[in-house]
Design a protein around this ligand. Structure first.
Ligand code: FAD
Length: 472
C-alpha cells in the first residue's frame, strides 16, 4: 500500500529525511509514494505576505516533484479530515511527515496520529526542520534553557549530522488521487502588491536557496560578524526566507559555513545566528505561551495600547512616523517582504517603547508582511525587544533610533534607499513603496516628510514612566 508523504514547511528534495526514507522504501519494496500538501487554515491561515510566498513555494516545489516523475497533490481543509479522505481514496497504510514544533502544528500532528490509531493507518514523523530536536538540548539539571548563551554553548558542543543526498526518483502510484488547482486557492488574494512589487525581491525554491548559500559562503561569510549590523550593506545570507519554507535545511547552512571557514569568526557568528533560530523553537516547544502571551506573566496588564486604529500604530505600520530609520525599515518590509535584523530591532523597539504599543500588534503586522515569517522567531524577536520574553533586552534600555541611525547607517544609504519625500532624485525602491501601498493610505512621494508622531524624548520618558509604574 502507498505511503502518503505530507509536506509542510519542508519544500525541498535535498537533505530531507522523510522524503529520503520514502524514496528508499519505494525503491526497495516498490511501494508508491504520494506527496501531498494540505492547506489547513488552522495552521496555514497565514497573513497576506507569507500566504502569497507559500503559493510561490508550492508552485515551484510541485514542478520540482514533476521533474523527478512525481507530483504534489493539493488538498484544502482541516488536515485530519483531509488525511482520512486521502487514506480512503488511495488505500495508503502510512502517513509520513517532518516534525513541526510550533504549538498549532504540533496539536495538529497529534490529532492526525490519534486518527491513525483509531482508523488504522500508521504515522511516522522525521526530523529535518531543525539542527537538533528541541528536547535534545538540556541544562545540567535536565531542564530546558531560558537563556541563549549557555544554550549556545551546549548546542555548539553537539555534532551536526551531514546533509542527506537529494532524492531524484520516487516510486509512483498506478493512479493519482485528485488534486486541487493551486490557482483556485488564490494564495495572493490579499497581496495585491505581491506580483507587482515584491516578486523581484524574493528567491523561490531550493536551487535559488542553494545559490544564495553559495554566494554567501564565497563572498560574505568572512566579514559577516561586522557587516551583519549595517542594513545598507549586503552582509547577511538572506536565507531566512528559504529556511522558513524549508527550501533549504539548517544543516546545509551549518555545514557550508564550516567548510568555508571552520574556525573563522564570521562563520562562527553565522552558526550562532542559526542557533537563535533553534533557540526560538526550543522556547516555543517548552513554553508555547511564547507565541501569544507575555512569556513573563508579570507583563500582563502593562499599560500599552492595543488599539490598531490609533494614530500611532497607523503611522508606524504605514512607515510615516517621522523617524527616518523606523520608516525606512517599515517601507523595506512592505516592498521586499523582508527587513534587516538591525532594522527589525529598531522598528520594534520604537513601537513598544516610544509608541507604548503592545508587542502583539507589531508581531501581527510583521506576520502579515514578512515573506520569511516564522511563528517562533517572530514571537521571540518581539518579546526580546519588548522585555517580556526570556533573556530579553531590559525594557528600560530604550534604543534611540537617531543614534542607531548614526551608528549603523552613517552615510544614510539605507534611509535614502527607502525614503522619497523631500528628495530631488529619490531611489527607485523609495518610489516603489508608493506603488505598493493601498490608495487609502493617501501618501505621495511629493509630500513633505512627516513630522515625528511622538517626540523622541517625550516617548522615551513616557515609556520609562509606564515601566516604573508597572514595577510598583
Ligand atoms: P542571517 O544574518 O544571514 O542569519 C542566518 C539565519 O539565522 C537566518 O536566516 C535565520 O534563520 C537565523 N536567524 C538570524 N537571526 C535570528 C534571530 N534573531 N532569531 C531567530 N533566527 C535568526 N526571523 C525569521 O526568520 N522570521 C521572522 O518572522 C522574524 N521576525 C523577527 C521579528 C523581530 C522583532 C526581530 C527582532 C527579529 C526577527 N527575526 C525573524 C530574526 C532575524 O531578524 C531574521 O532571521 C534575519 O534578519 C534574517 O535575515 P538573514 O537570513 O539575512 O539572516
Amino acid at each position: 500500500p502507498p505511503i502518503l508523504l505530507w509536506f509542510r514547511r519542508d519544500l525541498r528534495l535535498d537533505d530531507h529525511p522523510a522524503l529520503r526514507a520514502a524514496a528508499d522504501e519505494g525503491a526497495r519494496t516498490g511501494r508508491p509514494v504520494i506527496p501531498v500538501f494540505i492547506h489547513d487554515e488552522l495552521v496555514e491561515g497565514f497573513g497576506a505576505a507569507p500566504r502569497w510566498r507559500l503559493g510561490l513555494a508550492l508552485e515551484h516545489f510541485a514542478r520540482r516533484l514533476e521533474g523527478i516523475g512525481s507530483r504534489l497533490i493539493l488538498r484544502r481543509g482541516q488536515a485530519a479530515a483531509q488525511i482520512a479522505r486521502l487514506v480512503e481514496e488511495t488505500g495508503a497504510s502510512e502517513v509520513w511527515f517532518s516534525r513541526a514544533y510550533d504549538p498549532d502544528a504540533m496539536a495538529r500532528d497529534r490529532e492526525v496520529e490519534d486518527l491513525g490509531a483509531r482508523v488504522g493507518f500508521e504515522t511516522r514523523s522525521f526530523a529535518g526542520f531543525l539542527l537538533h530536536e528541541p528536547d535534545a538540548i538540556r541544562t545540567g539539571a535536565g531542564d530546558h534553557y531560558k537563556v541563549f548563551t549557555p544554550y549556545w554553548k551546549s548546542l555548539r558542543a553537539l555534532e551536526v549530522a551531514q546533509p542527506l543526498s537529494g532524492v531524484r526518483k520516487l516510486s509512483v502510484p498506478d493512479k493519482w488521487p485528485a488534486s486541487d488547482r493551486l490557482d483556485d486557492w488564490q494564495m495572493g488574494r490579499a497581496m495585491d502588491r505581491g506580483a507587482r512589487v515584491v516578486r523581484p525581491h524574493v528567491r523561490v525554491g531550493e536551487e535559488e536557496a542553494a545559490a544564495r548559500l553559495d554566494r554567501f559562503v564565497e563572498h560574505r561569510v568572512g566579514e559577516y560578524a561586522e557587516a551583519r549590523d549595517f542594513p545598507a550593506v549586503p552582509g547577511t545570507s538572506n536565507l531566512s526566507e528559504n529556511l522558513t519554507w524549508g527550501e533549504i535545511s539548517p544543516r546545509q547552512c551549518w555545514h557550508a559555513s564550516c567548510g568555508a571557514d571552520p574556525r573563522g569568526k564570521g562563520a562562527e557568528t553565522f552558526r550562532k545566528e542559526l542557533a537563535w533560530r533553534e533557540f526560538a523553537y526550543h522556547l516555543a516547544f517548552h513554553t508555547p505561551r511564547l507565541l501569544r502571551d507575555n512569556w513573563r506573566p508579570e507583563w500582563d496588564g502593562f499599560a500599552w495600547s492595543a488599539d490598531r486604529r490609533s494614530r500611532e500604530f497607523r503611522a508606524w505600520s504605514q512607515g510615516r512616523t517621522g523617524i527616518a530609520f523606523v520608516d525606512a525599515a517599515m517601507r523595506e518590509m512592505y516592498v521586499t517582504g523582508r527587513m534587516h535584523n538591525r532594522a527589525r530591532m529598531i522598528a520594534a523597539s520604537y513601537l513598544v517603547k516610544h509608541l507604548l504599543t503592545d508587542w502583539r500588534l507589531g508581531q501581527e503586522w510583521f506576520a502579515d508582511c514578512l515573506v520569511d515569517w516564522d511563528p517562533a522567531a517572530n514571537a521571540m524577536g518581539w518579546q526580546w525587544v519588548a522585555g517580556s520574553g526570556p533573556d530579553a533586552a531590559p525594557y528600560f534600555r530604550v534604543f534611540n533610533p537617531e543614534t542607531q541611525q548614526k551608528r549603523f547607517d552613517p552615510d544614510g544609504a539605507y534611509v535614502n534607499r527607502w525614503l522619497a519625500e523631500g528628495r530631488a532624485d529619490p531611489h527607485p525602491d523609495a518610489l516603489a513603496y508608493f506603488d505598493a501601498i493601498p490608495r487609502g493610505w493617501s501618501m505621495s512621494p511629493r509630500d513633505g516628510y512627516p513630522a515625528p508622531v511622538v517626540d523622541l524624548s517625550e516617548g522615551r520618558d513616557r515609556a520609562l514612566a509606564a515601566y516604573a509604574d508597572s514595577r510598583r
